[in-house]
Design a protein around this ligand. Structure first.
Ligand SMILES: Nc1nc2c(ncn2[C@@H]2O[C@H](COP(=O)(O)OP(=O)(O)OP(=O)(O)O)[C@@H](O)[C@H]2O)c(=O)[nH]1
Ligand SMILES: [Mg+2]
Length: 386
């Protein structure tokens, strides 16, 4: 039986499945990944040079590896820290792969399955959890999750632990405040923000949702009371995933069906991160029957002559779902309302609702001057992430 792996071990695994393929990818992961690859690498032609002493990330080199295999390979540094990860892209034949595995083995590198290698590479639980990156719905949220996968959040947690070990509550609190500031974004990296579109019948709610989605999602008709259910559509607003809910129109004199639709609309509004109350520029305004801090007025049908003084709706944005006028401004405003403070590239973000809760808990203890409790909360946070 193989001895258990230690931190000093370096592993090699074939990441591509067996079978006839033109290209295979081998991954070398561990403290000696670069040193051994560098020793084996033979540059190709005059233009290529030997591999540099320190591995620069995201560079590629063309050459050969060792004396056994004549085939060319592309060497890429996938990651430098915390533990180097080097990729070898080579011809996909089983014999070539076997020879490379043996060549590395001769240098003390241990072969393993790709699952084991992924597991070892993600041994830091706060990073492993960020593998939820597969759940990201837009490339913008995926980029933030990838930053966490590459250690942004786990490094921030480590720094908080170190500060608490020194009983430096100010430093711990400063870092926890930074994390808490980004919790509202973190909660939505794997679940979209929710925007409810509300208003009187026939003001153009469904038309507006269709215009935002860029396709015909909701039924649009001249007859008031067309939408009776809540119809949701996933869209990207400035790179943020947003689920827009089209609702039934609010009216006083509707029948049972309309009443049910309105009850659903109220529930959708209460659960939404933001509500757009749509007013019709060409018909007398119907104001919301309740107040919500998340409510923003939008005046639709501005392509038609105004039937009222639209200046009455203070702070309202003007749009036309028909001509698309004002839609870009509406999207920009939506992004600003939903994510007023987006994280900078590489910044640490608590990336699940549970981590956000733990950050808040640790912050609470720091504010109360309870170092030991704060330390326990941070410890739980690390375990939680695993
Ligand atoms: N001129 C003009 N007409 C619009 C605009 N937006 C919607 N309409 C028209 O207004 C009517 C009602 O549109 P809908 O989108 O069905 O309105 P709604 O608010 O969803 O209506 P309910 O589902 O019945 O509550 C339709 O005839 C649309 O074509 C617009 O920006 N300009
Ligand atoms: Mg409708």
């Amino acid at each position: 039986m193989n001895p258990p792996p230690t931190e000093a071990d370096t592993f090699i695994a074939c990441l591509t499945p067996p079978g006839a393929a033109a290209i295979a990818t081998l991954a070398v992961h561990g403290p000696r990944a670069w040193e051994v690859t560098r020793e084996l690498f033979r540059p190709l032609g005059d233009l290529q040079t030997s591999l540099p002493a320190a591995p620069p990330p995201d560079r590629f080199w063309l050459g050969r590896l060792g004396e056994e295999v004549a085939d060319q390979v592309v060497v890429r540094v996938k990651r430098v820290t915390p533990i180097p990860w080097v990729e070898i892209h080579c011809h996909g034949g089983a014999e070539v792969i076997r020879l490379f595995l043996e060549t590395y083995q001769a240098y003390g590198i241990r072969p393993c399955s790709w699952q084991r290698l992924e597991h070892l590479a993600a041994a830091d639980p706060t990073r492993a959890e960020a593998a939820v990156v597969v759940k990201a719905q837009t490339t913008r949220t995926a980029a933030i999750l990838l930053d966490q996968y590459h250690g942004a959040f786990s490094q921030a947690v480590k720094a908080i632990r170190t500060a608490l070990d020194r009983a430096d509550l100010d430093e711990a609190l400063r870092r926890l405040n930074d994390l808490a500031r980004l919790s509202p974004v973190g909660r939505h990296l794997t679940a979209p923000w929710r925007v409810a579109v509300l208003g009187a019948p026939n003001v153009g709610k469904s038309s507006l949702v269709n215009a935002l989605a860029g396709f015909h999602r909701s039924v649009v008709a001249e007859t008031p009371g067309t939408t009776r259910d809540v119809v949701t559509t996933l869209i990207a607003v400035d790179g943020w995933p947003v689920e827009v809910a089209d609702t039934a129109g609010f009216r006083q004199d509707g029948g049972t069906l309309e009443e049910q639709g309105m009850a659903q609309a109220c529930a959708t509004a209460a659960a939404a991160d933001l509500c757009l109350w749509v007013l019709d520029a060409a018909a007398l305004p119907v104001w919301p029957p309740f107040r919500l801090t998340t409510m923003r007025p939008v005046i639709n049908k501005v392509d038609l002559p105004a039937a009222w003084d639209v200046g009455e709706a203070a702070g309202a944005l003007s749009v036309s779902a028909r001509t698309r006028a004002g839609l870009a401004e509406l999207c920009q405003a939506l992004a600003g309302w939903l994510v007023p403070d987006p994280p900078s590239p590489g910044e640490a973000v608590p990336f699940t609702p549970e981590l956000c809760r733990r950050v808040e808990e640790a912050r609470h203890f720091c504010l109360a001057g309870q170092v030991e409790e704060a330390r326990q909360a941070i410890k739980a946070l690390t375990e939680e992430a695993g």
